[in-house]
Design a binder for this molecule. Structure first.
Ligand code: DAH
Length: 346
Protein backbone atom coordinates (compact mmCIF):
# COMPACT_ATOMS: atom_id res chain seq x y z
CA UNK A 1 0.00 0.00 0.00
CA UNK A 2 2.84 2.35 0.80
CA UNK A 3 4.31 1.76 -2.68
CA UNK A 4 0.92 2.43 -4.22
CA UNK A 5 0.66 5.69 -2.33
CA UNK A 6 4.23 6.72 -3.34
CA UNK A 7 3.48 5.88 -7.01
CA UNK A 8 0.25 7.83 -6.77
CA UNK A 9 2.17 10.84 -5.47
CA UNK A 10 4.66 10.68 -8.37
CA UNK A 11 1.81 10.50 -10.92
CA UNK A 12 -0.07 13.36 -9.29
CA UNK A 13 2.98 15.63 -9.13
CA UNK A 14 3.70 14.90 -12.81
CA UNK A 15 0.20 15.82 -13.83
CA UNK A 16 0.17 18.94 -11.66
CA UNK A 17 3.34 20.04 -13.41
CA UNK A 18 1.52 19.93 -16.73
CA UNK A 19 -1.53 21.92 -15.62
CA UNK A 20 -1.92 25.28 -17.38
CA UNK A 21 -5.17 26.65 -16.03
CA UNK A 22 -7.40 26.62 -12.96
CA UNK A 23 -9.80 24.04 -14.45
CA UNK A 24 -7.10 21.42 -15.00
CA UNK A 25 -5.84 21.97 -11.44
CA UNK A 26 -9.37 21.30 -10.16
CA UNK A 27 -9.55 18.13 -12.29
CA UNK A 28 -6.26 16.80 -10.94
CA UNK A 29 -7.38 17.66 -7.44
CA UNK A 30 -10.59 15.64 -7.64
CA UNK A 31 -8.84 12.82 -9.52
CA UNK A 32 -6.23 12.35 -6.79
CA UNK A 33 -7.79 13.68 -3.60
CA UNK A 34 -11.56 13.78 -4.22
CA UNK A 35 -14.19 11.40 -2.80
CA UNK A 36 -13.92 8.96 -5.64
CA UNK A 37 -10.22 9.47 -6.16
CA UNK A 38 -7.37 7.02 -6.47
CA UNK A 39 -6.27 8.16 -3.03
CA UNK A 40 -9.54 7.33 -1.28
CA UNK A 41 -9.60 4.05 -3.16
CA UNK A 42 -6.26 3.10 -1.61
CA UNK A 43 -7.32 4.41 1.77
CA UNK A 44 -10.49 2.34 1.77
CA UNK A 45 -8.30 -0.72 2.26
CA UNK A 46 -6.92 0.62 5.55
CA UNK A 47 -9.53 -1.28 7.54
CA UNK A 48 -7.90 -4.60 6.65
CA UNK A 49 -4.48 -3.60 8.01
CA UNK A 50 -2.99 -4.38 11.38
CA UNK A 51 -2.66 -1.59 13.88
CA UNK A 52 1.10 -1.46 13.29
CA UNK A 53 0.63 -1.14 9.53
CA UNK A 54 -2.17 1.35 9.92
CA UNK A 55 0.26 3.64 11.75
CA UNK A 56 3.01 3.59 9.14
CA UNK A 57 0.61 3.68 6.17
CA UNK A 58 -1.19 6.55 7.87
CA UNK A 59 2.05 8.51 8.09
CA UNK A 60 2.84 7.94 4.42
CA UNK A 61 -0.71 8.80 3.34
CA UNK A 62 -0.55 12.09 5.31
CA UNK A 63 2.73 12.95 3.68
CA UNK A 64 1.37 12.11 0.19
CA UNK A 65 -1.80 14.15 0.72
CA UNK A 66 0.18 17.13 2.04
CA UNK A 67 2.66 17.00 -0.86
CA UNK A 68 -0.11 16.82 -3.47
CA UNK A 69 -2.11 19.62 -1.80
CA UNK A 70 0.97 21.84 -1.58
CA UNK A 71 1.92 21.16 -5.18
CA UNK A 72 -1.63 21.97 -6.28
CA UNK A 73 -1.63 25.25 -4.33
CA UNK A 74 1.74 26.24 -5.63
CA UNK A 75 0.89 25.50 -9.24
CA UNK A 76 -2.41 27.37 -8.94
CA UNK A 77 -0.61 30.37 -7.54
CA UNK A 78 1.89 30.29 -10.41
CA UNK A 79 -0.93 29.99 -12.96
CA UNK A 80 -2.71 33.02 -11.48
CA UNK A 81 0.48 35.02 -11.51
CA UNK A 82 1.17 34.15 -15.13
CA UNK A 83 -2.39 35.14 -15.99
CA UNK A 84 -2.04 38.48 -14.19
CA UNK A 85 1.26 39.23 -15.89
CA UNK A 86 -0.26 38.37 -19.25
CA UNK A 87 -3.17 40.72 -18.57
CA UNK A 88 -0.90 43.55 -17.40
CA UNK A 89 1.17 43.14 -20.54
CA UNK A 90 -1.87 43.19 -22.82
CA UNK A 91 -3.60 46.12 -21.08
CA UNK A 92 -0.48 48.25 -21.00
CA UNK A 93 -1.21 51.97 -21.46
CA UNK A 94 1.24 54.29 -23.14
CA UNK A 95 1.45 57.01 -20.54
CA UNK A 96 3.75 59.09 -22.74
CA UNK A 97 0.94 59.81 -25.24
CA UNK A 98 -0.03 63.51 -25.08
CA UNK A 99 -3.54 64.06 -23.75
CA UNK A 100 -6.29 66.31 -25.07
CA UNK A 101 -6.06 69.50 -23.04
CA UNK A 102 -9.21 70.24 -21.09
CA UNK A 103 -9.71 73.81 -19.97
CA UNK A 104 -11.43 74.50 -16.70
CA UNK A 105 -13.15 77.77 -15.82
CA UNK A 106 -11.23 80.52 -14.14
CA UNK A 107 -11.99 83.49 -11.96
CA UNK A 108 -12.76 86.80 -13.63
CA UNK A 109 -9.85 89.26 -13.31
CA UNK A 110 -12.02 91.63 -11.25
CA UNK A 111 -12.81 88.77 -8.86
CA UNK A 112 -9.12 87.91 -8.61
CA UNK A 113 -8.26 91.49 -7.66
CA UNK A 114 -11.20 91.83 -5.28
CA UNK A 115 -10.23 88.62 -3.48
CA UNK A 116 -6.61 89.69 -3.25
CA UNK A 117 -7.70 92.98 -1.64
CA UNK A 118 -10.08 91.16 0.72
CA UNK A 119 -7.38 88.70 1.79
CA UNK A 120 -4.96 91.51 2.55
CA UNK A 121 -7.40 93.52 4.67
CA UNK A 122 -8.75 90.44 6.47
CA UNK A 123 -5.14 89.66 7.41
CA UNK A 124 -5.00 93.13 9.01
CA UNK A 125 -8.14 92.50 11.05
CA UNK A 126 -10.75 94.18 8.85
CA UNK A 127 -14.30 92.91 8.34
CA UNK A 128 -15.53 92.53 4.77
CA UNK A 129 -19.07 93.90 4.52
CA UNK A 130 -21.71 94.20 1.85
CA UNK A 131 -24.21 96.93 1.07
CA UNK A 132 -27.19 97.38 -1.25
CA UNK A 133 -26.65 98.61 -4.81
CA UNK A 134 -29.99 100.41 -4.70
CA UNK A 135 -29.36 103.09 -2.12
CA UNK A 136 -31.11 106.08 -0.61
CA UNK A 137 -30.03 109.59 -1.53
CA UNK A 138 -29.67 110.12 2.20
CA UNK A 139 -26.98 107.44 2.68
CA UNK A 140 -25.27 107.93 -0.67
CA UNK A 141 -24.94 111.72 -0.37
CA UNK A 142 -26.75 113.60 2.37
CA UNK A 143 -25.26 111.88 5.44
CA UNK A 144 -21.86 111.90 3.71
CA UNK A 145 -21.88 115.67 3.96
CA UNK A 146 -23.19 116.19 0.42
CA UNK A 147 -26.46 118.14 0.68
CA UNK A 148 -28.70 118.42 -2.41
CA UNK A 149 -27.23 121.76 -3.40
CA UNK A 150 -23.64 120.55 -3.18
CA UNK A 151 -21.67 121.07 -6.42
CA UNK A 152 -19.72 117.82 -5.90
CA UNK A 153 -22.90 115.89 -6.67
CA UNK A 154 -22.49 116.86 -10.33
CA UNK A 155 -19.29 114.86 -10.51
CA UNK A 156 -21.29 111.73 -9.83
CA UNK A 157 -24.12 111.80 -12.35
CA UNK A 158 -26.55 109.31 -10.91
CA UNK A 159 -29.21 106.85 -12.00
CA UNK A 160 -32.22 107.86 -9.89
CA UNK A 161 -35.04 105.34 -9.47
CA UNK A 162 -37.33 107.64 -7.50
CA UNK A 163 -36.71 111.09 -6.05
CA UNK A 164 -34.79 109.63 -3.17
CA UNK A 165 -33.63 106.19 -4.37
CA UNK A 166 -30.74 105.65 -6.75
CA UNK A 167 -28.15 103.13 -7.91
CA UNK A 168 -25.26 103.93 -5.59
CA UNK A 169 -22.57 106.04 -7.20
CA UNK A 170 -20.00 105.16 -4.56
CA UNK A 171 -19.46 102.43 -1.99
CA UNK A 172 -18.96 105.26 0.54
CA UNK A 173 -22.68 104.88 1.30
CA UNK A 174 -21.72 101.77 3.25
CA UNK A 175 -19.76 103.95 5.68
CA UNK A 176 -23.06 105.41 6.86
CA UNK A 177 -24.76 102.02 7.11
CA UNK A 178 -21.83 100.56 9.08
CA UNK A 179 -21.65 103.44 11.54
CA UNK A 180 -25.41 103.50 12.12
CA UNK A 181 -25.50 99.72 12.59
CA UNK A 182 -22.75 100.01 15.20
CA UNK A 183 -25.22 100.81 18.01
CA UNK A 184 -22.64 100.61 20.79
CA UNK A 185 -20.45 103.10 18.91
CA UNK A 186 -17.35 100.93 19.30
CA UNK A 187 -14.17 101.15 17.16
CA UNK A 188 -14.16 99.03 13.99
CA UNK A 189 -12.33 98.39 10.72
CA UNK A 190 -14.04 97.36 7.51
CA UNK A 191 -13.79 97.22 3.78
CA UNK A 192 -16.71 97.03 1.40
CA UNK A 193 -16.10 95.90 -2.17
CA UNK A 194 -19.03 96.21 -4.54
CA UNK A 195 -20.67 97.49 -7.70
CA UNK A 196 -21.30 101.17 -8.34
CA UNK A 197 -23.13 103.06 -11.11
CA UNK A 198 -22.78 106.44 -12.81
CA UNK A 199 -24.35 107.97 -15.90
CA UNK A 200 -21.19 107.84 -17.99
CA UNK A 201 -20.97 107.20 -21.70
CA UNK A 202 -19.21 103.86 -22.04
CA UNK A 203 -15.83 103.97 -23.75
CA UNK A 204 -12.35 102.53 -23.24
CA UNK A 205 -11.91 104.27 -19.89
CA UNK A 206 -15.50 104.78 -18.66
CA UNK A 207 -18.31 102.43 -17.80
CA UNK A 208 -21.75 103.20 -16.37
CA UNK A 209 -21.19 100.22 -14.06
CA UNK A 210 -17.89 99.64 -12.28
CA UNK A 211 -16.69 98.50 -8.88
CA UNK A 212 -15.06 100.08 -5.91
CA UNK A 213 -13.62 98.99 -2.63
CA UNK A 214 -14.31 101.25 0.32
CA UNK A 215 -12.26 101.21 3.51
CA UNK A 216 -13.27 102.70 6.85
CA UNK A 217 -11.55 102.65 10.22
CA UNK A 218 -13.06 104.36 13.25
CA UNK A 219 -11.47 104.45 16.68
CA UNK A 220 -9.71 106.53 19.29
CA UNK A 221 -6.38 108.07 18.27
CA UNK A 222 -6.72 107.09 14.62
CA UNK A 223 -4.39 109.39 12.71
CA UNK A 224 -3.27 110.26 9.22
CA UNK A 225 -0.11 108.21 9.74
CA UNK A 226 -2.30 105.11 10.28
CA UNK A 227 -3.95 105.84 6.93
CA UNK A 228 -0.57 106.34 5.23
CA UNK A 229 0.87 103.13 6.66
CA UNK A 230 -2.20 101.13 5.66
CA UNK A 231 -2.23 102.43 2.11
CA UNK A 232 1.48 101.81 1.75
CA UNK A 233 0.94 98.13 2.65
CA UNK A 234 -1.95 98.05 0.18
CA UNK A 235 0.07 99.58 -2.68
CA UNK A 236 3.01 97.25 -2.12
CA UNK A 237 0.75 94.19 -2.04
CA UNK A 238 -1.03 95.13 -5.26
CA UNK A 239 1.86 96.58 -7.27
CA UNK A 240 5.11 95.21 -5.79
CA UNK A 241 7.31 95.52 -2.71
CA UNK A 242 9.43 98.38 -4.04
CA UNK A 243 6.46 100.70 -4.68
CA UNK A 244 6.25 104.08 -2.96
CA UNK A 245 3.16 106.19 -2.43
CA UNK A 246 2.59 109.92 -2.26
CA UNK A 247 -0.36 111.95 -1.00
CA UNK A 248 -1.71 114.87 -3.00
CA UNK A 249 -4.12 117.27 -1.29
CA UNK A 250 -7.60 116.90 -2.76
CA UNK A 251 -11.23 117.39 -1.87
CA UNK A 252 -14.01 115.01 -0.87
CA UNK A 253 -16.98 116.29 1.13
CA UNK A 254 -16.86 113.35 3.55
CA UNK A 255 -13.18 113.65 4.54
CA UNK A 256 -11.10 116.46 5.99
CA UNK A 257 -8.29 116.61 5.07
CA UNK A 258 -8.70 114.73 1.78
CA UNK A 259 -6.07 113.27 -0.50
CA UNK A 260 -5.54 111.51 -3.75
CA UNK A 261 -2.91 108.83 -3.55
CA UNK A 262 -0.40 108.03 -6.28
CA UNK A 263 1.80 104.96 -6.48
CA UNK A 264 5.27 105.10 -8.04
CA UNK A 265 5.09 103.70 -11.57
CA UNK A 266 5.76 99.97 -11.56
CA UNK A 267 6.89 100.01 -15.17
CA UNK A 268 9.49 102.79 -15.21
CA UNK A 269 10.09 103.20 -11.46
CA UNK A 270 9.48 106.97 -11.51
CA UNK A 271 11.52 107.69 -14.66
CA UNK A 272 8.41 108.46 -16.72
CA UNK A 273 6.78 106.25 -19.35
CA UNK A 274 3.56 105.80 -21.32
CA UNK A 275 1.75 104.13 -18.38
CA UNK A 276 2.35 107.00 -15.94
CA UNK A 277 2.09 109.57 -18.75
CA UNK A 278 5.65 110.68 -18.14
CA UNK A 279 5.06 111.68 -14.51
CA UNK A 280 6.50 108.62 -12.77
CA UNK A 281 3.37 108.36 -10.61
CA UNK A 282 -0.07 106.75 -11.07
CA UNK A 283 -3.19 107.80 -9.21
CA UNK A 284 -4.88 104.85 -7.47
CA UNK A 285 -7.42 106.11 -4.94
CA UNK A 286 -9.03 108.83 -2.88
CA UNK A 287 -8.89 108.99 0.90
CA UNK A 288 -8.86 111.17 3.97
CA UNK A 289 -9.77 111.55 7.62
CA UNK A 290 -13.49 111.07 8.18
CA UNK A 291 -15.21 114.48 8.35
CA UNK A 292 -16.47 115.32 11.88
CA UNK A 293 -19.93 115.99 10.38
CA UNK A 294 -20.08 112.42 9.06
CA UNK A 295 -19.08 110.96 12.42
CA UNK A 296 -21.68 113.09 14.18
CA UNK A 297 -24.37 112.26 11.59
CA UNK A 298 -23.88 108.62 12.56
CA UNK A 299 -23.79 109.12 16.31
CA UNK A 300 -20.01 108.97 16.87
CA UNK A 301 -18.67 111.69 19.17
CA UNK A 302 -16.01 113.38 17.00
CA UNK A 303 -14.16 114.70 20.03
CA UNK A 304 -13.55 111.12 21.14
CA UNK A 305 -13.36 109.24 17.83
CA UNK A 306 -11.50 109.78 14.61
CA UNK A 307 -11.55 107.74 11.44
CA UNK A 308 -9.87 107.33 8.12
CA UNK A 309 -11.49 106.25 4.87
CA UNK A 310 -10.47 105.41 1.35
CA UNK A 311 -12.11 104.38 -1.89
CA UNK A 312 -10.43 102.73 -4.86
CA UNK A 313 -11.69 101.61 -8.26
CA UNK A 314 -11.25 97.88 -8.71
CA UNK A 315 -11.20 98.08 -12.54
CA UNK A 316 -8.46 100.68 -12.34
CA UNK A 317 -6.33 98.52 -10.07
CA UNK A 318 -6.92 95.44 -12.24
CA UNK A 319 -6.08 97.37 -15.42
CA UNK A 320 -2.82 98.62 -13.95
CA UNK A 321 -1.94 95.17 -12.63
CA UNK A 322 -2.75 93.24 -15.78
CA UNK A 323 -2.12 95.92 -18.44
CA UNK A 324 -5.76 96.02 -19.59
CA UNK A 325 -6.31 99.07 -21.80
CA UNK A 326 -10.00 98.75 -22.65
CA UNK A 327 -12.43 98.81 -19.74
CA UNK A 328 -15.13 97.17 -21.88
CA UNK A 329 -13.07 93.96 -21.84
CA UNK A 330 -14.22 93.38 -18.26
CA UNK A 331 -17.87 93.31 -19.20
CA UNK A 332 -18.13 91.74 -22.65
CA UNK A 333 -16.91 88.35 -21.40
CA UNK A 334 -14.98 87.52 -24.53
CA UNK A 335 -13.30 84.19 -23.98
CA UNK A 336 -10.15 85.36 -25.77
CA UNK A 337 -9.74 88.01 -23.06
CA UNK A 338 -10.81 85.90 -20.10
CA UNK A 339 -8.55 82.98 -20.93
CA UNK A 340 -5.51 85.18 -20.29
CA UNK A 341 -6.33 84.80 -16.61
CA UNK A 342 -6.79 81.04 -16.83
CA UNK A 343 -3.80 79.60 -15.06
CA UNK A 344 -5.40 76.21 -14.55
CA UNK A 345 -4.90 74.48 -17.88
CA UNK A 346 -4.84 70.71 -17.35
N1 DAH B 1 -16.19 107.79 -3.02
C1 DAH B 1 -15.09 108.44 -3.73
C2 DAH B 1 -15.34 108.36 -5.20
O1 DAH B 1 -16.14 107.58 -5.63
C3 DAH B 1 -13.80 107.78 -3.36
C4 DAH B 1 -13.42 108.05 -1.96
C5 DAH B 1 -12.62 109.14 -1.63
C6 DAH B 1 -13.84 107.24 -0.93
C7 DAH B 1 -12.26 109.41 -0.36
C8 DAH B 1 -13.49 107.51 0.37
C9 DAH B 1 -12.70 108.61 0.67
O2 DAH B 1 -13.86 106.75 1.38
O3 DAH B 1 -12.34 108.86 1.93
O4 DAH B 1 -14.72 109.07 -5.92
Amino acid sequence: MKEKLEALKVDALNEIEKCNDEASINNVKSKYLGKKSVFSDVMSNMASLSNEEKKSVGMVSNEVRTSITEALDERLKAIKEEELNRRLQNDKIDITLPSNKRRSGSLHPLTLVREEIEDLFVSMGYDVVDGPEVETDNYCFEMLNLPKSHPARDAQDSFYITDDMLLRTQTSAVQIRAMLANTEKKPFKLICPGKTYRRDDDDATHSHQFSQVEGLVVGENVSLSDLKGTLEVFAKKMFGESREIRFRASYFPFTEPSYEVDVSCFKCDKKGCNICKGTGWIEILGCGMVHPNVLENCGFDHTKYQGFAFGAGIERIASLKYGVTNMRDYFTNDYRFLKNFDRKEI
